[in-house]
Design a protein around this ligand. Structure first.
Ligand code: AMP
Ligand code: GLY
Length: 444
């Protein structure tokens, strides 16, 4: 008897950003999958998946949706539901889930907890102290002799809870903003004060089921809002992959000195981790140091990764969810370069404008190799009954394109970006041009 092909199954993706659009786009291409359902989704995700109405943090709603749809795999995109324990709750009901439980998500959800673990397991990171009383934190920074010092809100603050302080006055103001003024809400119940690290930032993504590890291709984000790395930090303004300046030797060093010890740390702590570990690093003169752990794919890094991944993503996610990652062969990657440019809305990252009609999406998608992923977009019905796509967030789209080198990819990505129109649109013009960005900064 010949073994029958497994019957196609449903996949449920939780989230609504560019990362989730990229995941749905890739998952929908799998022959194993009959339908992708994404909740709450966005206007672009609606083109590749059926959209749900349940919010990503509505745990009872998500449980009910999962029971109604019976997906064979659930993929959790963002960190908030993971920190709330959505993966534990779904697993307890028998679902296969890609994404760590609450204990694993603590790596991202509490910087002080992550620091404690790193210290205990000797993972290289910045020396730090944690405080849950503002007076103690301020007393400590008074006595610091080396500056700058970095003051961080302990909890999830969407990348905005980090203050690089040049002197005790600035550090005390940061402690007050976080702990007394409540600028980051509950995330600021505790602060971490840490040593300032000097070097080049890099990140590494590894899918793991706690035992096996699959290291993904290098991908580089651009965090600051302005060309030449100026202005406030954002969730990410653009990406490129591969990353030529991150040599194979350094990448291996990161794997050996940081990534594998981190997986080992999780095992030793008895934390079952089935998902993706995203480690932010500083490449210092003394070697790589962990800046932070994240427990989900980066956004917009994910958009670049799915463009280059040639293998089917679904078997990888499903095997991870089941704790069978070992059975997966090394995936194939497109040798070409990808560049992704984030189209943002005026006012981002502080207070972006919303509700503007987006035109030109079809023209952008028609550019050779271009794929446009939606982040903050919404389908809106006009008074005439027509549907239109409008802006609904600070980061609106990620426009990706490929080329034989980053120059070629960049030209195509900006060509596609320029075809999109909405009021208040802006982007960084230097994505993939790190060297140039540095020069601009030096001249500024
Ligand atoms: P985080 O949210 O912890 O990733 O921090 C956001 C950004 O702040 C990082 O991407 C770095 O650019 C910067 N940063 C955080 N911690 C440090 C540190 N200890 N030394 C230097 N820069 C840092
Ligand atoms: N792009 C950085 C992040 O997703 O945290």
């Amino acid at each position: 008897m010949s073994s029958a092909a497994p019957s196609p199954f449903k996949v449920l993706v939780i989230g609504s950003g560019g990362r989730e659009h990229a995941l749905c786009w890739k998952i929908a291409q799998s022959e194993l999958v009959s339908e992708v359902i994404c909740t709450p989704g966005n206007a672009g995700i609606a083109e590749v998946a059926r959209i749900g109405t349940v919010k990503a943090t509505d745990i009872p709603g998500l449980l009910a949706l999962a029971k109604a749809e019976a997906p064979a795999l659930i993929v959790v995109g963002p960190e908030d539901p993971l920190a709330m324990g959505v993966a534990d709750r779904l697993r307890a009901e028998g679902f296969e889930v890609f994404g760590p439980g609450a204990a694993g998500a603590q790596l991202e959800a509490s910087k002080s907890a992550a620091k404690d673990l790193m210290e205990r397991h000797r993972i290289p990171t910045a020396a730090s102290r944690s405080f849950d009383r503002s007076g103690l934190a301020k007393g400590y920074v008074e006595g610091c002799t080396t500056w700058p010092q970095v003051v961080k809100a302990d909890g999830l603050a969407a990348g905005k809870g980090v203050y690089i302080c040049q002197d005790p006055a600035e550090a005390k103001a940061a402690v007050d903003a976080i702990m007394e003024e409540g600028r980051h809400g509950k995330a600021g119940i505790r602060v971490v004060v840490e040593e300032f690290l000097v070097g080049e930032e890099a990140s590494i993504f590894a899918i793991t089921d706690g035992a096996s590890v699959l290291v993904l291709e290098p991908v580089q984000d651009h965090k600051q809002v302005g060309d030449g790395d100026v202005g406030p930090n954002t969730g990410g303004m653009g990406v490129y992959s591969p990353v030529p300046e991150l040599s194979k030797r350094i990448y291996k060093q990161i794997e050996q000195h940081v990534l594998l010890p981190s997986i080992h740390m999780l095992r030793r702590e008895g934390i079952a981790f089935r998902g993706v570990l995203f480690i932010g690093l500083m490449l210092t003169e003394a070697g790589p140091r962990v800046i932070e752990y994240n427990v989900r794919f980066g956004d917009p890094e994910c958009q670049a990764l799915v463009r280059r991944l040639q293998s089917d993503l679904v078997p990888i996610l499903l095997a991870t969810a089941k704790g069978e990652l070992e059975s997966i062969e090394t995936p194939e990657w497109d040798a070409r370069s990808v560049v992704g440019v984030v189209a943002a809305a005026e006012g981002y990252p502080q207070s972006p404008r919303k509700g503007d009609r987006i035109d030109g999406l079809k023209d952008a998608a028609a550019v050779d190799t271009a794929v446009v992923f939606h982040s903050g977009t919404k389908l809106t019905r006009t008074l005439d009954g027509d549907e239109e796509v409008t802006t609904a967030g600070g980061r609106v789209l990620t426009v990706t394109a490929m080329g034989k080198d980053s120059e070629g990819a960049r030209d195509k990505a900006y060509e596609a970006y320029d075809k999109i129109r909405y009021a208040g649109k802006f982007c960084r013009r230097d994505i993939g041009r790190r060297e140039e960005a540095r020069r601009l900064q030096a001249e500024a």
